[in-house]
Design a protein around this ligand. Structure first.
Ligand SMILES: O=C(O)CCC(=O)C(=O)O
Ligand SMILES: [Fe+2]
Length: 631
């Protein structure tokens, strides 16, 4: 009986994951074994480290590669053949936990293929423009370079023991608080003379990539377990190329392209990495903080290598003037030049893309965490529900985790939401829900006495689409039926009182300030949330401003960060694309699109809806609200 229950649960979880995979990538899962195995509940978003998975699967043999996708809760194992794949599947699926104290066992499924852009663990492939010169320095030179760094002296701005590593700058300081260098303020310490061999050595290696000696050197010292967040070195600060010498120990550096490709590159001890052109401008590079790396063996299998202490010397030439590269998505010079004249004219197709990427996908990723933060129903919404006559049908359009269900007995309630994850939460709580887009409700006309639209319209990217969503609700209402609509207000301060959204900020800021003072850090809270992100999503809509949470809105159309908290994870995998700012690396951040409404805008929108009249409008909980009655 109990075993049956577990089997059913495994099947349910597997089906859910298969649907998500199909929706995300167009890849179907199949019943017949294949050599591609999806691991449903283990991915970068759940804090998975690939070594954990490799360690678990090594006993079954034949693992060719592991594919981790940024921002996903699943990953793939590619086996040498179907036999090895099925051996691992049969032993692991629904039975084995990743680590003994993990909440549940792993759920696996055979996939027809893996996503095309993922060539993980192909050490022979490199981003275009990346050159690796092995044995670039001798062991004696390595020793003399390591000894020439005096960690005690520094005349730079910040304490140099960053959270993830120790850093020292020569020539100019790279300031992590502004993500740039102060070109007018050279440091007194110039690049040590021990580095003078660099230009000649490059020539000897037929790599004449520098026309003059670098003007800036950053020395990074990493203990095993430390890393550097994925980043593109600021275009306006440094010329092309950027050189990095690995000393003391080898390491795997991960290169990411905005469309999702990740290429791990093994940097052997005493090698020189040259990042030029596309690799310098368009690919981010980073080192995941962990104590081991997964590397290929001579025979082509994968193995785990312990990390040692590594010191890198990154040589760069300070740029004079602005960057003129063609990699605009990552170029701060280009963005600066174009931001003033950017007007948001957005058509329906673009709006749909924006909503898909910055609303639908995000809610899917954050569904569980989001649901945990949404318990308290707003009293005025509950009153509306309770005012419905006995026997009414209530449709909650965008019902989220269903927090307005069950507030009144004797009415029928159905809900819909775009998010599969949130609808699942509702179903687990016993509510009747289905998935759909609020622009086209799969319901007959004139069936409902009541309709809710709480925090939905502000996720639609044009006025026409917001109007269409209201018209859909009006369509399903019976004559005399009422719809209650809440949208986020641009004005978070009314009648001299602040919304709880802003009030919370004061508490948070106080906490942040206190803890920062304690740790002697200089990053401000606002700087943590600044628009320095190079994540896949925001770069597709580079002109949308990123809102700083719990501050007044500066714009009407914006991206609002959601910092994902993964329950029970002490150490999250830091490979999620993020900014170069050390302090913003704690958790994966997702960006939700919002159109925040100005006073009067909701009334104006609803006044153009045929067949309904506004009967009440008010401000509540930082939202503009309206009650419409179907005529
Ligand atoms: O440690 C390395 O090799 C890279 C350092 C780096 O990317 C940086 O300081 O910007
Ligand atoms: Fe860098």
């Amino acid at each position: 009986m109990a075993e049956n229950k577990y089997k059913k649960k495994a099947q349910r979880k597997q089906t859910k994951a298969k649907n998500i995979l199909l929706r995300d990538t167009g890849i179907s899962c199949v019943d017949e074994p294949t050599k591609y195995v999806m691991v449903a509940n283990a991915g970068l978003v759940t804090g998975l480290q690939q070594e954990q998975l490799l360690e678990l699967t090594l006993p079954y043999g034949g693992v060719d590669s592991i594919i981790m996708l940024p921002g996903k809760s699943y990953c793939f194992l590619i086996f040498k053949d179907v036999l090895h794949a099925s051996r691992a599947y049969v032993s692991i699926h629904g039975k084995i936990k990743l680590t003994p104290n993990d909440s549940g066992p792993l759920y696996l499924a055979y996939a027809e293929r893996v996503p095309e852009f993922s060539h993980s663990w192909n050490y022979y492939q490199k981003p275009p423009g990346l050159i690796l010169l092995e044995e670039f320095v001798t062991e004696d030179e390595e020793e003399s370079l390591l000894n020439c760094i005096d960690w005690k002296t520094t005349d730079s701005h910040l304490g140099q023991t960053l959270k993830h590593r120790r850093v020292k700058h020569y020539g100019y300081e790279f300031r992590y608080d502004i993500n740039s260098v102060d070109k007018d303020c050279p440091l007194s310490e110039i690049i040590p003379s021990e580095c003078n061999f660099l230009l000649d050595r490059l020539k000897e290696n037929n790599a004449n990539v520098l026309s003059s000696f670098p003007t800036q050197l950053t020395v990074n010292h990493y203990q095993p377990g430390q890393g550097i967040p994925p980043h593109v070195d600021t275009h306006s600060a440094f010329e092309d190329p950027i050189l990095s010498l690995s000393l003391g120990s080898s390491i795997v550096m991960e290169f990411r392209h905005q469309i999702g490709q990740m290429i791990p590159v093994l940097l052997p001890r005493r090698s020189l990495l040259i990042m030029s052109e596309e690799a310098r401008y368009a690919w981010s590079h980073g080192i995941t903080p962990r104590k081991t790396d997964v590397i290929p063996t001579q025979s082509g299998d994968l193995t785990i290598q312990q990390r040692g202490e590594r010191t890198s010397f990154t040589f760069r030439c300070i740029r004079k003037g602005e960057c003129t590269c063609v990699y605009h998505d990552q170029c701060d010079s280009y963005k600066k030049k174009n931001s003033i004249s950017k007007v948001h004219i957005i058509d329906d197709v673009l709006a749909a893309q924006l909503e898909s990427l910055h609303v639908h996908e995000v809610y899917e990723e954050i569904a569980n965490h989001f649901s945990h933060t949404r318990h308290k129903p707003w009293p005025n919404v509950v009153s509306f529900v309770q005012s419905l006559p006995f026997g009414s049908l209530l449709v909650d359009v965008g019902c989220g985790n269903g927090k307005y269900f069950g507030k009144k007995t004797g009415i029928f309630e159905i809900g819909c939401d775009h998010s599969v994850g949130l609808a699942d939460v509702c179903r687990d709580r016993g509510f009747e829900v289905f998935n759909c887009n609020c622009l086209s409700l799969p319901l007959k006309s004139e069936i409902a006495e009541g309709c809710l639209s709480i925090a939905v319209l502000h996720h639609l990217a044009t006025k026409e689409r917001r109007l269409r969503a209201v018209e859909e609700m009006v369509r399903i209402l019976l004559p005399g039926g009422k719809a209650l609509i809440y949208v986020w207000a641009k004005e978070q301060e009314r009648y001299k009182t602040q919304s709880s959204y802003l009030k919370q900020d004061r508490k948070n800021r106080k906490k942040v300030c206190d803890s920062e003072l304690k740790h002697g850090q200089q990053h401000s809270d606002a700087s943590k949330s600044k628009d320095t992100t190079s994540n896949k999503a925001s770069s597709q809509f580079p002109s949308l401003p990123i809102h700083t949470n719990r501050t007044q809105f500066q714009h009407q159309d914006l991206l609002v960060p959601w910092k994902l908290k993964v329950a029970g994870k002490a150490e999250l995998d830091k490979t999620t694309e993020a900014s170069h700012l050390e302090s913003s690396q704690e958790v994966p951040t997702f960006y939700r699109y919002y159109h925040v409404f100005q006073e009067g805008e909701l009334e104006c929108l609803c006044s153009s809806v045929k067949g309904a009249k506004p009967i009440q409008s008010y401000y509540d909980q930082g939202n503009w609200c309206i009650v419409l009655e179907k005529i």
